[in-house]
Ligand binder design. Sequence first.
Ligand code: DC
Length: 232
Amino acid sequence: MITTTPDLSAPVLTLDGPSGVGKGTTALLLAEHLAWQVLDSGAIYRLLAYAAKAQHIRLDDEAALAALIPKLSVRFVPLFDQHTVAVYWAGEDISAQVRSRNTGEWASQVAVWPQVRHALLAWQRQFQQQPGLIADGRDMGTMVFPCAKVKIFLTAQPEERAKRRYKQLKEKGIDANMPAILQELNLRDARDQNRQVAPLLPAEDALVIDTSNLSVSDVVSVILAHKKNKRI
Ligand code: DC
């Protein structure tokens, strides 16, 4: 867990939305373009779930999961050329394990617990540093950075998101099955949208962008234009 004090004067751009909508790639492109910091909050939930499994902590043991958080020694390294953030746990690169489909499903399970979400708040807020922060997740605009100057919520039809995920996996040479991917996405959407604490929801002051018919560079352009309009 990092232990720096947030710089509350640093601008924050929040980027929320469901699984597979392209937040990760968009966040890395924005951070690279602006030379800002990037927070991949999904990677934190994924790391917690992965570490819990490794230590035989049950994913429904809320108190044990929350107690594990301060003990996690982790480092996140943005890889701009690969549009992703590498995850090092106790010095070991565990990015592949953390990004696996299983870990994504486990992350969604640990994310339902109020004590877990509460314990992760301060950690996530420490990423607010100069010259600015792109914060990617589900509740960045509603809970973690409610005072952010620019809030974006990306959407796309589940079928379109499943297609993107399928293409991504195929490109990496990983075997993929379209109906299974769609089923997993729908399950994760339902859990992320219906949990009691910080459900997946656009902030009232968020710009909602339907990316179904937009390329990633189109989405980045729309966001940069919106940021400029806000004079940030
Ligand atoms: O964005 P992702 O697929 O890496 O996120 C994995 C899971 O973590 C997601 O299904 C829900 C949870 N999550 C969350 O609840 N809040 C966040 N800010 C980020 C992720």
